[in-house]
Design a protein around this ligand. Structure first.
Ligand code: F6R
Length: 242
């Protein structure tokens, strides 16, 4: 596990974007596993800027996202598809047919998950998986529990995640209660994992997840077992580490 200390959010975003750029330069037809949430927004903005300057080419890249709300259509401005399209896909030359997320409109959970597992297998697995870190240690929508779920599955969101996501919806009632998410095994099979973390409110979970016990109660703790994890975190997020 490598920890790269960034000064602040902007520095974290630039450093993370540098790592993603290096991946795309070294393997133009790579598979990028992508995340939503507030943390990677600056990273995507930086990638868009470098693409605009002609320094990056996404034409051969494939993307697979971590998760999607069940029940939201692609044009719903709270869907993760909408988020990705807004922050990245529509602003770079990635082939839209090569951008994948779980199908939130598929009501049959078993089918949605099985289809997504097949997509990830068909694209040959993930070269670089970008992750944010939830306050309860979740990665994707893999919430604290008694087991590490292997592959794509449908989750009931915890109260804390529903509350954390409430800021994006008009009211708490509108926050979806379920989501489809990549499982821990799939994330762990990514060749490289890049975690971005920012802010003092994440300092306690950074310490617990990366320096505490490996337990499904803190799903991100499994990353301690991954061969190639880079954590890019700002000083505030690292403030509880000695
Ligand atoms: C996003 C995702 C989530 C977030 C996490 C952190 O696709 O799967 O696990 O990465 O909730 O969110 P932020 O970055 O908003 O703190």
């Amino acid at each position: 596990m490598k920890i790269i200390k960034a000064k602040d959010y902007n520095d974290m975003s630039r450093k993370a974007a540098n790592i993603i750029s290096a991946q795309v330069l070294m393997k133009p037809n790579c598979v990028l596993g992508l995340a939503t949430g507030s943390t990677p927004i600056g990273t995507y903005a930086q990638l868009v800027e470098w693409y605009g300057k002609g320094d990056l080419d996404f034409s051969e890249v494939t993307t697979v996202n971590l998760d999607e709300y069940k029940g939201l259509t692609k044009d719903n401005d709270q869907s993760y598809y909408y988020f990705m399209n807004h922050h990245l896909f529509s602003k770079v030359n990635v082939n839209p047919a090569r951008t994948f997320l779980p199908d939130g409109t598929e009501p049959d959970s078993a089918k949605a998950c099985c289809d997504y597992n097949k997509i990830i297998a068909d694209v040959g697995g993930i070269d670089l998986q970008l992750l944010g870190l939830g306050h309860n240690g979740h990665i994707g929508f893999n919430e604290p529990g008694d087991t590490f779920e292997a592959e794509t599955h449908c989750v009931d969101l915890t109260e804390s995640t529903i509350k954390a996501n409430q800021r994006f919806f008009a009211s708490i009632e509108e926050v979806p209660r379920q989501a489809y998410t990549m499982g821990i095994k799939t994330i762990m099979q990514a060749k490289k994992v890049l975690v971005v973390v920012s802010g003092a409110d994440k300092a306690a979970i950074v310490k617990e997840a990366f320096f505490g016990a490996i337990t499904p109660k803190v799903q991100a703790s499994i990353l301690q077992m991954h061969r190639d994890v880079i954590i890019v975190a700002d000083e505030a997020a690292l403030s509880e580490l000695e």
